[in-house]
Ligand binder design. Structure first.
Ligand SMILES: [Zn+2]
Ligand SMILES: [Zn+2]
Length: 249
């Protein structure tokens, strides 16, 4: 298999997928689009009406520098948004396709679509999308599946916008935990930043005083909850508090 004919074959496939996708969902009929690396959701909307898909980021093309960068090479791209692209890199390694294994190089927009088509083919995707970000970079996304509105809402509810950490997962802490004073850090299970959580699990932490009350009350009853006054913070803030409390004097 040579690279050029493989890339061509993938382009033909993606073109067909794009037609199918636009026939089925009328993507151009929506007023707005928005993609979020944290949730992994690409959202089209008009007013309250929403259409959601799961996506991953293939890479970006800069007209200014005339370069392509694979997302796995881009430290600004969040892990979950680019993880899948390593499959393309691995495929490139096996077949000795240099363009799939080098992180960043001179290229053009046509090639960028080829890379997107290859990524779509290797992941059995349903299409591609190419937004332009605030810095004028063209971002190439692969759309992997349709997400119904209820599921999309439950995914989005698990995230929160933070002034310091942008858009991150929600976490819960007692009213006493803070960024400056050590008050202890109790958790219901051991956590680390970026860890995968099952649907039922949340990051939850409380201070030593809350722990005393919780034990005295024999669990999280109304009294213990009233004392803790649990509040929502972002995952980044949660681990900032954890680090403060766990680092040695
Ligand atoms: Zn507390
Ligand atoms: Zn934060």
């Amino acid at each position: 298999m040579d690279y050029d004919s493989f890339a061509k074959e993938c382009i033909v496939k993606l073109t067909a997928l794009q037609k199918q996708l636009s026939d089925e969902f009328d993507l151009n009929g929506y007023a707005n689009w928005f993609y979020n690396q944290a949730t992994g959701l690409l959202t089209f909307s008009t007013g309250e009406i929403e259409l959601n898909f799961r996506f991953f980021e293939v890479g970006s093309f800069s007209h200014k520098s005339g370069t392509w960068m694979w997302s796995w090479h881009n430290e600004n791209t969040l892990g979950n948004a680019k993880e899948t692209t390593t499959q393309v890199k691995d495929f490139g390694t096996v077949h000795n396709f240099a363009k799939l294994t080098e992180g960043c190089f001179s290229s053009d927009e046509f090639e960028a679509w080829e890379f997107t088509a290859i990524a779509a083919k290797l992941t059995n995707a349903i299409g591609g999308y190419r937004p332009v970000n605030d810095e004028g970079l063209k971002i190439f996304l692969v759309i992997t599946e349709f997400v119904d509105n209820e599921t999309a809402k439950s995914i989005k509810d698990k995230y929160i916008e933070c002034g310091d950490h942008e858009y991150r997962r929600v976490a819960f802490v007692c009213q006493h935990l803070n960024f400056t004073t050590r008050v202890g850090f109790e958790e219901s299970f051991e956590t680390y930043e970026g860890m995968e959580l099952s649907d039922e699990d949340d990051f939850q932490a409380w201070c030593n005083e809350c722990e005393v009350v919780r034990v005295a009350e024999d669990g999280w009853n109304d009294n213990a909850m009233e004392f803790a006054k649990i509040r929502v913070v972002c995952e980044g803030c949660y681990f900032k508090m954890k680090t403060l409390n766990l680092e040695s004097e």
